[in-house]
Structure formats: C-alpha cells, structure tokens
Design a protein around this ligand. Structure first.
Ligand SMILES: Nc1ncnc2c1ncn2[C@@H]1O[C@H](COP(=O)(O)OP(=O)(O)O)[C@@H](O)[C@H]1O
Ligand SMILES: Nc1ccn([C@H]2C[C@H](O)[C@@H](COP(=O)(O)OP(=O)(O)O)O2)c(=O)n1
Length: 225
C-alpha cells in the first residue's frame, strides 16, 4: 500500500509538509491530530470529564465527523457545524493531548484512521502513524525540530492570525504537551524503528518536502511533479 507516515512533535512542520505532499501526489490525507482535537472539543462541549475513559471512548466511537475539501483547505464538520477554527486553540490542543493518553480512546479511533486509506495512496500525519496505525507503511518519517524553533514557528503563525501571544508561554505549553505525548504508556510519540528522522530546525519547508519526495522516488519508484 502507498502510505507515507509523518510523525513528530507540535510545530515540527508535519501538517504543512503533509498538505504539500498530498497535493503533489494526489493522495488522501489523514490529519489524525484533528480527530483527537475534535474528540476533545466534543468532550468540552458535552461536559464529559477528560479522565472519564469509558464515556470518552463512547464519544469517540460515535463522533459524526466529516472532512470536506473546500479548494483552499479542508472544512472540519462536527454534527453539521464547521468547527475548524475552534480546534486550533491551546485549550483544545492540551485537552486533545490528555484524551489521547487513554488506551480505550485510541482503540476507538483506530479503525476510523485506517479507513482514510484509499487508492492511489495516503499521507498520514500524527504521533503514532508509523508505530501503531500503519506499521507496514513503506515510507516513515519522524519530523523534529528544537523546541525553541517550534515555539517560534507557532508564535509567528498565531501572530499572523492576529492573536496576542507570548513566546515564553507558547514554549512552555509546547514543552508540557511534548512531555505528555512522549512519556505516555500507550502509543507514545517516538520514531518507528524503520523511520527516517529529519530535523527541520534549520531546513526550509521546501527542503523538507524535497527530502521526502526523494524517498518516494527511491522507495516507491514514482514520478513526482
Ligand atoms: N521548515 C520550516 N521552516 C519554517 N517554518 C516552518 C517549517 N515547517 C513548518 N513551518 C511553519 O511552522 C508552523 C507550524 O507548522 P505545522 O505544519 O502546523 O506543524 P505541525 O503540524 O507539526 O504542528 C506553520 O506556520 C508552518 O508554516
Ligand atoms: N496520532 C496522534 C495525533 C495527535 N495526538 C494527540 C497529541 C497531540 O498533542 C494532540 C494534538 O495533535 P496535533 O497533531 O493536532 O497537534 P499539533 O498541530 O502538532 O500541535 O493530539 C496523538 O496522541 N496521536
């Protein structure tokens, strides 16, 4: 199966690189972080406690979610409402990281993630794409960057959107979330044993994309525009 998994911590560039690759290759895209964010958002809305394993798993199994391409990007529809912008807050990110540490929650989202595979291929963005969800993927990338660089990128991103944010606060939130994601017992953030590690701290987005494109040409023997 043509699958490229890209795992890594927040702000390493996964989302950006995955969107570019999906468009270059014409492959489907799984933003698995969005599923954890949607679940967290739904739990906050429905006042389900973030440590109530069984109720969260039930909510995860029954989420009515659709990702609909709108030309410029993807609209995320939860129960008929476009919730895209509401998922990007730090409260939702932190809550997502908390619900994501629960085994039954991850189990409940597993089949939904696998179902994103469709011909001619899939780009999967997350934390455990190469280790748990698609362990047989022929190309696995672990994308990283220093915490300071990742905080700077988030800072620029949020400032461009008009948010009044502090870099020190973003850095501490990033470090806290990474620590939880890397140290949880279920599906922790770590490179698969057969992943290629790319440190993007001093690479441009184009340089990262071009490294992955080279892997696609080499390992899958595909022509890429
Ligand atoms: N190599 C890079 N150099 C500079 N900025 C980058 C790089 N990769 C991503 N960015 C920027 O950093 C921000 C976070 O990237 P994103 O793709 O959302 O990361 P992730 O999905 O890993 O959290 C975005 O504004 C993106 O444009
Ligand atoms: N495959 C995944 C994807 C995300 N998660 C969890 C852990 C992350 O802190 C949250 C949010 O992930 P997301 O990829 O949207 O976060 P960033 O955009 O990288 O900041 O979800 C996960 O545990 N497993």
């Amino acid at each position: 199966m043509n699958i490229i998994t890209i795992d890594g911590p927040s702000g390493s560039g996964k989302g950006t690189v995955c969107h570019i690759l999906a468009s270059k290759l014409g492959w489907n895209l799984l933003d698995s972080g969005a599923l954890y964010r949607i679940l967290a958002y739904a739990a906050l809305q429905e006042k389900v406690a973030l440590d109530n394993d069984l109720q969260l798993a039930e909510l995860a199994l029954n989420l009515k979610v659709a990702f609909i391409s709108n030309g410029a990007g993807v609209d995320t529809i939860l129960n008929g409402e476009n919730v895209g912008d509401k998922l990007r807050t730090e409260v939702v990110a932190e809550s997502a990281s908390k619900v994501a540490s629960i085994q039954v929650v991850r189990d409940a989202l597993l089949e939904r993630q696998k179902a994103f595979y469709q011909e001619p291929g899939l780009i999967a963005d997350g934390r455990d794409m190469g280790t748990v969800v698609f362990p047989d993927a022929p190309i696995k990338v672990f994308l990283d960057a220093s915490a300071e660089e990742r905080a700077q990128r988030r800072f620029n991103q949020l400032q461009n959107k008009g948010f009044d944010v502090s870099i020190a606060q973003i850095l501490s939130e990033i470090k806290e979330r990474d620590f939880r994601d890397r140290n949880r017992t279920v599906a922790p953030l770590k490179p698969a044993s057969d992943a290629i590690e790319i440190d993007s701290t001093s690479l441009t987005i184009d340089e990262v994309v071009s490294q992955v494109v080279d892997l696609v040409k080499l390992k899958l023997n595909l022509a890429v525009k």
